[in-house]
Design a protein. Structure first.
Length: 149
């Protein structure tokens, strides 16, 4: 620089001292990527967690479905029990002896005389035929049935 700066010699002459800056190279360390085996291990772990969560959610869905169907069945049972109680009351009302007697009289039936007895030849027991006690015209032998050959 010249000693004469802008017309004034009284100005102190400056010497420019350049600060020496040492350039340092910054060393950047790059993290190595994960090895393939470790990546596969992490992937497998995540897949197992997803499968376990899926199974748990599926089971909860089944439990919810079963509980809702149980609730529906219980409601139907309660409704049927109410219907049954109403029908039992109707049966009790309809099977009342006094009402049955009145209904029989209104249809023209009368009370049977206790002195009357049933004829002997007209009874049949448990679907088996009973041979008549009078001998048949064919030589006095009784009729052949399944029981009598």
């Amino acid at each position: 620089m010249p000693a004469y700066i802008q017309g004034n010699l009284a100005v102190e002459q400056r010497t420019e001292n350049k600060a020496k800056v040492k350039e340092r190279k910054k060393i950047v360390y790059r993290n190595k990527s994960l090895p393939v085996q470790e990546k596969l291990l992490y992937l497998f772990t995540v897949a197992v967690c997803v499968v376990v969560a899926g199974v748990i959610i599926w089971r909860y869905a089944q439990i919810y479905e079963m509980s809702s169907s149980i609730k529906n069945v219980e409601q139907k049972i309660a409704q049927l029990e109410a219907e049954n109680s109403v029908l039992k009351q109707k049966v009790d009302a309809l099977s009342d002896n006094q009402r049955l007697e009145e209904e029989a009289r209104s249809r023209g039936f009368s009370v049977a005389d206790p002195n009357l007895t049933k004829p002997q030849g007209s009874t049949r027991s448990s679907g088996q035929s009973v041979a008549s006690k009078t001998p048949s015209a064919g030589g006095g032998a009784s009729k052949k049935t399944k029981d009598r050959p």
